[in-house]
Ligand binder design. Structure first.
Ligand SMILES: *Cc1c(COP(=O)(O)O)cnc(C)c1O
Length: 358
């Protein structure tokens, strides 16, 4: 039987990616000039497809960067002179916050224990905040933020920009992009592709902010600042030679997702998540790490284990099933399971059947 990857990213490839890679070679994508009409057209189709799939407003920009970690840095360089504000509840939200410090900004944060979420209604953001940063799906702890809570901030603080890390929840999370300014994901998670590229979604207000900082003589970075990215994106290019193969493959996966329908993909993902959570709910020696049901991620499922989780991870691997152990201090006490669109219900059933002997 084939190996199945329930790892958090890289993970299981979306169905047909192997054929798409072969097709790319046949079409000589890897040797084609990156400023030729052939490649520009793929670039254009990918942007249009993503806008349609995720329902992104037409006046928003979509940029291709190298990783989600790069997106964090570019967002902070282009949209923050001094003051960003971060909701920190795990390793990735903390990385966003630390990046702001490393860039010499003066970020503020509110921090809660891994596994918990935030009491958004009672949190006040300092008035001078320029950018509010959310990690909608904190992969290290399995906590998801309700998109409505993110939308509320834009209504409460219309002068501030908002940035949302959706790396491990896109395309499943249903966001109202008109109520946020920046969102980003890398393609090796929910899109089921090889690693090596990220997508950054940018509102007109965020571009305006970058231009304002630049006009004040501040650095907004070099080749990947928003002004350069926007200028080149108009002609479906990037300054550098981009990861054309990744753009090609993303275009193919987006087309497949459009053919299935995003509503169906979301419904199926929620159904699989319920199957997994329900299984562990009834299983002795296992417990959801996120206690509040409403804060549980649908795509990153974290389960506490009474016994040593590394043994479970190792034994499953021998059966050709790959999952993750816990993050850092939780290494031996948790298993982490990705539930992405690439995973079928049959895949999930095979996983749970193998787990039922514990
Ligand atoms: C994986 C992940 C990242 C980092 O993605 P890279 O592609 O490795 O840069 C950032 N945020 C979250 C929530 C993630 O899950």
């Amino acid at each position: 039987m084939k190996n199945i990857y329930f790892t958090l990213g890289p993970s299981k490839l979306f169905s047909g990616v192997d054929k798409d890679i072969n097709q790319a070679l046949k079409e000589e994508i890897a040797s084609s000039f990156h400023r030729s009409p052939k490649i520009q057209n793929i670039f254009k189709e990918t942007i249009e497809g993503l806008k349609q799939l995720l329902n992104i407003p037409s006046d928003y920009q979509i940029f291709f960067l190298s990783s989600a970690t790069e997106c964090m840095e570019r967002i902070l360089q282009n949209c923050v002179k001094e003051n960003s504000f971060h909701f920190v509840n795990g390793a990735f939200s903390d990385r966003f916050y630390q990046t702001a410090k490393e860039l010499g900004k003066t970020p503020k944060c509110i921090e809660v224990e891994p596994g918990s979420s935030f009491d958004f209604k009672n949190i006040k953001i300092p008035a001078k905040t320029e950018l509010v940063c959310f990690t909608q799906n904190e992969t290290s702890s399995g906590v998801a933020i309700d998109p409505k809570d993110i939308g509320q901030f834009k209504k409460r603080y219309p002068s501030m920009l908002t940035a949302v890390d959706i790396v491990s929840s896109a395309p499943v999370v249903d966001l109202d992009y008109s109520l946020l300014d920046l969102a980003f994901f890398s393609i090796q998670k929910g899109f089921g592709l090889p690693a090596g590229m990220a997508v950054l979604i940018v509102s007109p207000a965020a571009i305006t902010k970058a231009k304002k900082l630049e006009s004040q003589g501040l650095s907004i970075g070099s080749y990947h600042n928003f002004i350069n990215l926007e200028e080149y994106s108009q002609v479906y290019q990037t300054i550098e030679t981009p990861n054309v193969l990744a753009i090609y493959l993303l275009n193919k996966v987006v087309k497949k997702m459009l053919a299935i329908g995003i509503e169906k993909i979301r419904a199926q993902t929620l159904e699989k998540a319920k199957t997994i959570y329900d299984f562990f709910e009834q299983k002795k020696g296992f417990k959801s790490f996120v206690r509040d049901k409403n804060s549980r991620s649908q795509t990153i499922i974290i389960i506490e284990t009474e016994g040593n989780s590394l043994e479970i991870v190792d034994q499953l691997r021998e059966q050709g099933i790959f999952i993750n152990s816990g993050y850092k201090e939780f290494k031996q006490h948790q298993i982490r399971i990705a539930n992405f669109p690439a995973h079928s219900l049959a895949n999930v059933k095979r996983l749970l059947k193998n787990l039922s002997s514990y």
